[in-house]
Write a protein that binds this ligand. Structure first.
Ligand code: COA
Length: 397
């Protein structure tokens, strides 16, 4: 018999500075309502000079490993670490190997990086489920971390952001059991991409929104055709959130496709709690749907135990997947709600000039030796580059 498999633990980290979108609106001469209401974003996390996907990913994963060490006395049960990102720091070596080292994980471990725009964390989840289903003793650590960057003064600029999640995939999961039926959709399009010679993404904004919705329909249709449950059997929904209004638009579309009879308030009630954290971190690309899951579990006032969540994961280019999971009894005792609220509240507010200087600093990277200024208040930092090797260290915080 196939074991029950899914997400056993889920942790969050973000960058340690924040830009209120009112600051950007003032600079751009735009009514802030366009950002706060029109695209549904209030803030964006901005990485310090010594923060990147490794420091954020390690910050999220450390919380899972600490809990595992308390329970088992070791983290050696994790024999696979999958790092999902489209903000890669090296063309060859996985960002996960740096995290593996920073966290002192056992050497009997396979570590690999996955990429397909904002979809890759879901690929990692599905691959992890397969590994655990084949041998229920396996534990797989998935890390999803991204820094969303668009050109200064571009229309994508207010939808930047940064965050990471880490989750542990096991048999008999304590948080969310993932069900086996999925619906898939792939289409070779140029809606959003980042060529090797650019540090910022290119996006055809309106086209990407339409492509997302078309892909949702394709994935949902296949999900249903393969025996997936009807819309009415799904209690909450969790979408990829390049900006939170996208999830609202997507859910409206799914309700229409499924022919469900739900008014605006009813539709919003199924997704609202999943939007709260992304609204404040900004886009975290492949992490964003799982930031949404954490936000849903932490902020939905209803007891979600036994309730089914529908997930729609979309990565431009494009690949998408619709699948479902069932929240497990006792899930609330595993959440780190206060710590996650602090991670958002304790970010240092920055002004426009500081934001712009940091944005331009990334583009100025030369490949020479460089000692990164110590800025982050987080537990890990990117210390700089010497002999073309990236150096990371613990900060002691
Ligand atoms: N108050 C309230 N709402 C306002 C407003 C105001 N003062 N001014 C504008 N708006 C609304 C608009 O009506 C629109 O809402 P709608 O989409 O429901 O019609 C929304 O704000 C955005 O305005 P728009 O003129 O379309 O903005 P834009 O041309 O600057 O583009 C995006 C917005 C989202 C397309 C752009 O930010 C972008 O390209 N972002 C990246 C997209 C992305 O991540 N794609 C990948 C998908 S996975």
């Amino acid at each position: 018999m196939t074991p029950r498999v899914g997400i056993h633990d889920l942790a969050f980290a973000t960058a340690h500075q924040v830009l209120d979108l009112a600051v950007l609106a003032e600079h751009s001469g735009v009514d802030v309502g366009k950002y706060y209401v029109g695209i549904g974003q209030s803030e964006m996390s901005v990485p310090c000079a010594d923060e990147d996907i490794v420091t954020m990913g390690a910050g999220a994963a450390a919380q899972i490993l600490d809990r595992l060490r308390e329970r088992d006395g070791t983290t050696d049960g994790i024999r696979t670490l999958l790092f999902a990102t489209e903000s890669g720091i090296d063309q060859s070596k996985s960002a996960g190997v740096f995290v593996h080292s920073l966290l002192g994980m056992g050497e009997n471990c396979r570590v690999v990086e996955l990429k397909q725009a904002c979809y890759s964390a879901t690929a990692a989840l599905q691959f992890a489920l397969g590994i655990v289903a084949r041998d229920p003793r396996e534990q797989v650590l998935v890390i999803a971390a991204d820094i969303a960057r668009y050109a200064l003064d571009s229309s994508g600029e207010p939808t930047q952001g940064a965050a990471a999640v880490a989750f542990l995939v096991t048999a008999d999961p304590a948080l969310v059991e993932i069900e086996p039926v999925t619906g898939l959709h792939t289409d070779d399009i140029a809606d959003f991409w980042r060529p090797n010679y650019l540090s910022t993404a290119l996006v055809d904004g309106k086209y990407s929104l339409a492509a997302y919705l078309r892909s949702l329909e394709g994935a949902w249709d296949e999900y249903r055709a393969r025996g997936g449950v009807g819309f009415e059997k799904i209690d909450r929904f969790c979408y990829h959130q390049p900006f939170t209004k996208m999830a609202v638009k997507a859910h409206d579309r799914l309700v229409a496709i499924a022919g469900a009879d739900l008014d605006k308030a009813g539709r919003l009630a199924q997704i609202e709690a999943s939007l709260r954290m992304n609204r404040r971190t900004g886009n975290s690309y492949t992490a964003s749907i799982y930031v949404g899951l954490l936000s849903l579990l932490e902020h939905d006032e209803a007891d979600l135990a036994g309730r089914r969540i529908g997930f729609f994961s979309y990565g431009s280019g494009s690949v998408s997947e619709f699948f479902t999971g069932v929240v497990q009894p006792g899930y609330r005792s595993l959440l780190r709600t206060e710590a996650d609220a602090r991670a958002l509240a304790d970010r240092t507010p920055i002004g426009y000039d500081r934001y712009r200087a940091l944005h331009e600093r990334v583009d100025a990277t030369t490949g020479g030796d460089d000692r990164t200024p110590a800025e982050t208040t987080g537990p890990f930092r990117f210390a700089g580059v010497s002999d073309h090797v990236r150096r990371y260290e613990r900060t002691g915080r």
